[in-house]
Design a protein around this ligand. Structure first.
Ligand code: HEC
Length: 265
């Protein structure tokens, strides 16, 4: 053991390995966890630090002729001496395999959701087709305000919500349904002042009819789990659930007059 510790080559190896452990785990994980540093260190920074350490070790080793000789000894011996054949053979296989594995790790596709900011309320299209029928969204009002009784519409809306929306958007309309945690982005929270009151009923109609698949390309990636309800619900059922959402949350929809003053966020 002592023989190794006093040998320049192993000293160099120890310094490099210890620095790597310090950068990768202490700075990278321990400090952020105990709250000293704010975020893990990016891997490119760690690579840079490691290069600096490596250059430092090599400079130190080669600064003194005798130390440099001793430092190179084991490397040279492993490369040429007949009795080191086995070690040499192992290294000649292990080294390319290691490099290959590192390269593979780098290029292999990752399935983690990208940490991209998304436009929560992208601009809606001017018109959509609903089961083949063209619907003009601009200026569109909820037709149920003009017909039937509000009570009946709310009863329909409640039924639609409880049957179809609760698993994701939750009993309390707060986006905390049983499935909610499985999705990124999480289901919309209808109790938030940032959602329903900012939207016209026509906008909400579009989002329910076309769901995640109907979102425009802007602000991609869209990996929204919001289903397109167009083929499952009738138009009136969607309008009814919209009435229900506003009634339950206590908000009033954005009007088209307000809409003229500024677009969606
Ligand atoms: C499988 C889970 C799931 C179900 C079921 C579901 N939603 Fe969603 N919904 C989401 C997710 C996730 C989002 C947020 C991402 C997005 O905007 O597409 C969302 C967003 C929305 C939005 C947009 C809100 C905003 O602020 O832009 C509306 C409106 C909506 N849902 C209504 C409904 C209604 C009504 C139902 C039932 C008929 C329903 N959802 C069923 C997952 C679901």
């Amino acid at each position: 053991m002592k023989r190794y510790l006093s040998h320049p080559f192993w000293q160099g190896v120890i310094v490099v390995v210890a620095s790597w452990v310090a950068f990768e785990y202490v700075i990278g994980y321990v400090l952020p966890v105990i709250g000293v540093a704010s975020a893990p260190v990016p891997s490119s920074v760690i690579v840079e630090y490691m290069l600096i350490v490596l250059v430092g070790v090599l400079l130190y080793m080669s600064a003194d002729e005798e130390r440099w000789q001793r430092f190179r000894e084991p490397i040279q011996a492993t490369m040429v001496q007949p009795d080191r054949r086995t070690v040499r053979g192992i290294l000649m296989v292990a080294f390319p395999v290691l490099i290959g594995w590192l390269a593979y790790e780098r290029v292999k596709p990752s399935y983690a959701a990208p940490a991209t900011l998304r436009a929560v309320h992208p601009a809606p299209p001017n018109q959509i087709t609903f089961r083949g029928e063209t619907i003009e969204l601009t200026g569109l009002e909820n037709p149920l305000h003009e017909e039937g009784s509000l009570e009946e519409h709310l009863a329909v809306g409640k039924r639609v919500y409880v049957r179809n929306c609760v698993p994701c958007h939750g009993d309390l309309l707060d986006g905390q349904g049983h499935y909610a945690q499985a999705f990124n982005p999480v289901p919309a929270d209808f109790t938030s002042s940032g959602n329903l009151p900012q939207l016209t009923e026509s906008y909400v109609f579009w989002r329910i009819a076309k769901g995640g698949p109907g979102l425009p390309r802007e602000g991609t990636p869209w990996d929204s789990a919001m289903p397109a309800w167009e083929l499952i619900l009738e138009q009136d059922e969607i309008w009814a659930v919209i009435l229900y959402l506003y009634e339950q949350s206590g908000y009033t929809p954005r009007t088209w007059e307000e809409e003229g003053e500024g677009g969606h966020e």
